[in-house]
Write a protein that binds this ligand. Structure first.
Ligand code: PEP
Ligand code: MG
Length: 327
């Protein structure tokens, strides 16, 4: 079986009936580039840019960030590299700078990600400038985390425009057409995804947080881990709605949470209309194997059937049965 998996690595990620589903990688550091290529990742669907900050006692400089982003952008040429702006706070405090992250009773509902960036404009702008500068060296996409609705998206884009104006005045090159997207990982963003889609060039659904906030289950609490269910009917409905709203606005949807790298759920996501998947590199071969063994038509039937079910167990069983038939 291992061999069959590795044989799929060099093949295109296309269903039996010809539907392409690009499979991209989630990375945290520039030195993961070779690892992504070994597993045939089609670019990077989620560059979690926190790593540079988490490991550092000081806020990294614009130049230091540029070096990291540029290395990845250059390594992938025309393949997309989706750089997500800082998602510090929550389960990822910057331990080297405790003054920036005061203790909170509910960190997952607190001062995190885009909320932090919009208040610390200097830190935010140095990262945006670094990403813009890297966009001159590859197919860089930019994405904002923990967007709750259109207001934050507009605020974030306004800061980006400031950075673009500065760089233009300084004569520093960047890609004027760099696509700008939003993570969909807060229920309010999902429910208003029709209007949010008009402010974005793409969506990427972060199921790790989306499930946590939809079901009110702490994603890092062992005591409630058994209640953390990707197959919950609410999750299926929300993903379907986000995809419909995105497609109606003419933009694409990726899923970059752990659900995207679970071969059991890949057919369901494709059937719901998700355009691309992004996952940790070692999971790429198994997911590609499933895609190459199924049809998009059957996946749509699976998604329709799952959408009519009311229990997470039933939906999970349906997905497992589908998966087994692909093996
Ligand atoms: C997610 O929430 O699904 C996601 C991809 O982001 P992170 O896991 O970094 O919060
Ligand atoms: Mg998240």
């Amino acid at each position: 079986f291992e061999k069959r998996l590795m044989d799929a690595v060099g093949e295109p990620s296309v269903t039996l009936d010809g539907h392409a589903v690009p499979l991209r990688a989630n990375i945290e550091k520039e030195d993961e580039v070779d690892f992504v290529k070994e597993h045939a990742g089609e670019g990077v669907g989620l560059f979690r840019s926190e790593y540079l900050y988490l490991a550092s006692p000081v806020v990294p400089s614009e130049e230091q960030q540029l070096r990291s982003y540029r290395t990845v952008a250059e390594a992938f040429g025309q393949e997309p590299v989706v750089i997500r702006t800082l998602d510090l706070g929550g389960d990822k405090p910057m331990t080297g700078a405790p003054h920036l992250f005061p203790r909170e009773d509910n960190p997952f509902l607190g001062f995190r990600a885009i909320r932090f960036c919009l208040e610390h404009r200097d830190i935010f702008k140095s990262q945006l400038r670094a990403i813009l500068r890297a966009s001159a060296h590859g197919n860089v996409h930019l994405m904002f985390p923990m967007i709750s609705g259109t207001r934050e998206m507009r605020e974030a884009r306004a800061v980006l425009v400031e950075c673009q104006e500065e760089l233009r005045a300084e004569g520093v090159p960047f890609n004027e057409a760099m696509p700008i997207g939003s993570m969909i990982e807060i229920p309010s963003a999902a429910l208003t995804s029709d209007s949010l889609a008009r402010e974005c060039d793409f969506f990427s659904i972060g199921t790790n947080d989306l499930i946590q906030y939809l079901i009110a289950i702490d994603r890092v609490n062992d005591r409630t881990a058994h209640l953390y269910e990707p197959s919950h009917p609410a999750v299926i409905r929300v993903i379907r709605e986000v995809v419909e709203n995105a497609h109606a606005a003419g933009i694409k949807v990726s899923v970059c949470g752990e659900m995207a790298g679970d071969p059991i759920f890949v057919p369901l996501l494709v059937g719901l209309g998700v355009d691309e998947l992004s996952m940790t590199p070692p999971l790429l071969p198994a997911c590609k194997f499933v895609i190459r063994a199924m049809t998009a038509v059957d996946a749509r039937d699976l998604a329709d059937q799952a959408s009519s079910m009311s229990s997470p167990e039933e939906i999970e069983r349906l997905c497992i049965d589908f998966y087994k038939r692909c093996m």
